[in-house]
Design a binder for this molecule. Structure first.
Ligand SMILES: [Zn+2]
Length: 271
């Protein structure tokens, strides 16, 4: 009898695993309008050793505490994150909003806990490299012609349900230069975003802070509220780009936060 797990491991075990996530730390760059990301040790070993001494001599533990929005660093957005005139996919979102999250959403408007584990074909569009650059110029607006040229050079075709990954080269500034990361990034223009949406990918991911240049909100509206396409931002696409892995298998596991509009996430690509 064939062992399915061994068959799968034979394939996956020989692939290189690419970590598409950035690290998280207090003080990391987040969108200026969003709450800061805060992580600190809530409990220290030397404190709990005293606390538990009478019931478990020698024992201690340590506990970290996180205070953050779900839009800090590498994260995953669902269509309910953004609206046009309060609507996403033609549904008025206000009727589903509660303090503890979204309740009673119709099936096309999933909260993040309703998004299944996602295993998709990844298509890397390395726009910077296709233009002969290591990194796109400051505030560069990516056009449909750039995406067309990149996919032709790479010999890839975006198909329905793919996870498209857009490389601008700005990943590197996440850990090295907050000002460049927050204010100078290149990104998708509205025309390029419509070009992507017409191809019906399931996810569009990018390696910058807010996806779009010069109008980040419009890019979110086109993908999320008009087309129901998930987004990932602040990805690290440097290694995938360096190895020229234009197709891969991407695995995305958003946290099952009930009624949530987004999730911190650590996607990986097998190639
Ligand atoms: Zn977001």
């Amino acid at each position: 009898m064939s062992d399915r797990a061994v068959e799968i491991l034979n394939v996956i075990g020989h692939a290189k695993v690419y970590d598409l996530g950035q690290p998280y730390w207090s003080g990391m760059p987040v969108h200026p309008a969003d709450p800061p990301f805060q992580f600190f040790l809530y409990r220290y070993h030397e404190h709990t050793k005293k606390l538990f001494d009478s019931i478990a001599p020698g024992f201690s533990d340590s506990i970290g505490l996180l205070v953050t929005s779900m839009h800090a660093g590498t994260h995953f957005d669902t269509p309910i994150h953004m609206a046009r005139d309060l609507k996403s996919l033609n549904q008025d979102l206000t009727q589903f909003e509660q303090d503890k999250g979204y309740v009673g959403l119709p099936p096309e408007l999933k909260s993040v806990d309703q998004v299944p584990p996602l295993v998709k074909r990844g298509i890397l569009l390395d726009v910077a490299t296709s233009k002969g650059q290591d990194i796109l110029p400051e505030r560069y607006e990516i056009t449909p012609e750039d995406l067309e040229k990149t996919s032709n050079l790479e010999g890839v075709n975006i198909e329905k349900d793919d996870c498209v990954l857009i490389r601008t080269g700005y990943s590197r500034f996440f850990t090295t230069d907050s000002d460049a990361y927050l204010h100078k990034y290149a990104g998708l223009g509205a025309r390029a975003t419509r070009w992507l949406a017409e191809r019906r990918p399931s996810i569009v991911g990018i390696d910058n802070l807010a996806a779009g240049v010069p109008k980040p909100f419009e890019i979110h509206n086109i993908l999320l509220s008009d087309n129901g396409i998930f987004m990932m931002k602040s990805l690290n696409l440097e290694e995938l780009g360096k190895d020229k892995k234009y197709t891969s298998v991407v695995v995305v596991l958003p946290l099952k936060i009930r009624g949530g509009e987004a999730s911190l996430v650590r996607p990986v690509a097998f190639a």
